[in-house]
Structures are given as C-alpha cells and as structure tokens.
Design a protein around this ligand. Sequence first.
Ligand SMILES: Nc1ncnc2c1ncn2[C@@H]1O[C@H](COP(=O)(O)OP(=O)(O)O)[C@@H](O)[C@H]1O
Ligand SMILES: [Mg+2]
Length: 174
Amino acid sequence: MTTMDLVAYIQAQLRRFDPAVTGPDFVLATDASKCTVVADERLLEQVVANPLSNAIKCSGDCPRIDVSIAAGGGAAVLRVRDYGIGIAADEIPKLFARFFRTSSARHLPGTGIGLNLVNELVATHGGTIAVDSELGRGTTFTVTLPHRPAAATPWPPTGAAAISATTVRRHPPP
Ligand SMILES: Nc1ncnc2c1ncn2[C@@H]1O[C@H](COP(=O)(O)OP(=O)(O)O)[C@@H](O)[C@H]1O
Ligand SMILES: [Mg+2]
C-alpha cells in the first residue's frame, strides 16, 4: 500500500486517453488540488481504468464524460459520469455479478468481468462502489476510498517523530 494523491493519479490516467482515438472528452473537476488515499497502485489502476473505459464505450452519441474527485466524510470520492446508453433499472442490481452484461450494451465489446473485479478491489481497500443510471440518459459510478489527509510529518521522517510514526504505521489500531 502506498500513500497516493488521487488528483495527480487521475490526471495522469486521463492523459492516457487521446480523444482523437477514444471519442469522448473527459472533463475533470476537483474540489481540492490534492486528495490523499492509501492504495495499492496496481489495484487502483484497475479500479480507475474500468469505469473510465466503460464510460467511453457506453457514451453513445454524447462525447462528454465528467470525472470528479472530492474529499469528505473520511473518504475520497471519485465519480465517473457519462451521458450515454444507460442501464435499465431491473438490471442495476445484477451489475456487479461476474460476466453480467446489460441488454443495452450487448452490441459492445466486453466480458462482464471488470465491474466484478473492481467491486472486490474497492472492498479490499475498505471502500465502496455505487451506480446510478437511467436507460438512454447515462450512468454515474461513484467510488469511495478511505481518505487520509496528507501527513504534516515529512516522509521519510527524521528524529523522534520517525519512531512514533513508524510505530503507528506498523501497528495500526484494531
Ligand atoms: N457506463 C456504463 N453505461 C452503461 N452500461 C454500463 C456502463 N458500465 C458498465 N455497464 C454495463 O455493465 C456491464 C459490465 O461491465 P464490466 O464488468 O466492466 O464488463 P465489460 O466492460 O467487459 O462488458 C457492461 O457490459 C455493460 O453492460
Ligand atoms: Mg469494463
């Protein structure tokens, strides 16, 4: 696990999507210039990449995807919103089941594994994932990850602070 700035991480991820190739434009909104999370970077990549790629392929005729990052309630909140094909209300409860694909997306490529994996990875990080969608209107995925405010102590710390900081990190309270 690493302490990471979610804002910088998402900015870097979004730069990987070239609108000339992927189609829709991403619009990023943040309420802070930094948002610290403690995460495994390789796992976090899956958690971020799947909602982004789903939004691209499900955005239909609307070439805009809104991404937002906010901090609140002890969590970092990442939202990915598209204005595309949407999901029928009766299919939303099945969305995180392995291999499930909605009827509105049958014509699109995919395996139905991504969200199932993301759901598990988010839980591993002590977070949650939720979906809000309307058929033909679009979909919003909301991922929350435990948010840890940036430590006042520089890392790696020096002197006496080093001992207490290390002790706290190795023996977190139950
Ligand atoms: N943004 C979205 N808009 C509409 N449907 C979506 C969206 N994201 C996911 N889905 C639906 O959920 C299904 C499962 O997604 P996922 O597990 O990522 O699998 P895959 O992307 O391989 O199809 C998709 O096939 C699609 O039916
Ligand atoms: Mg997917």
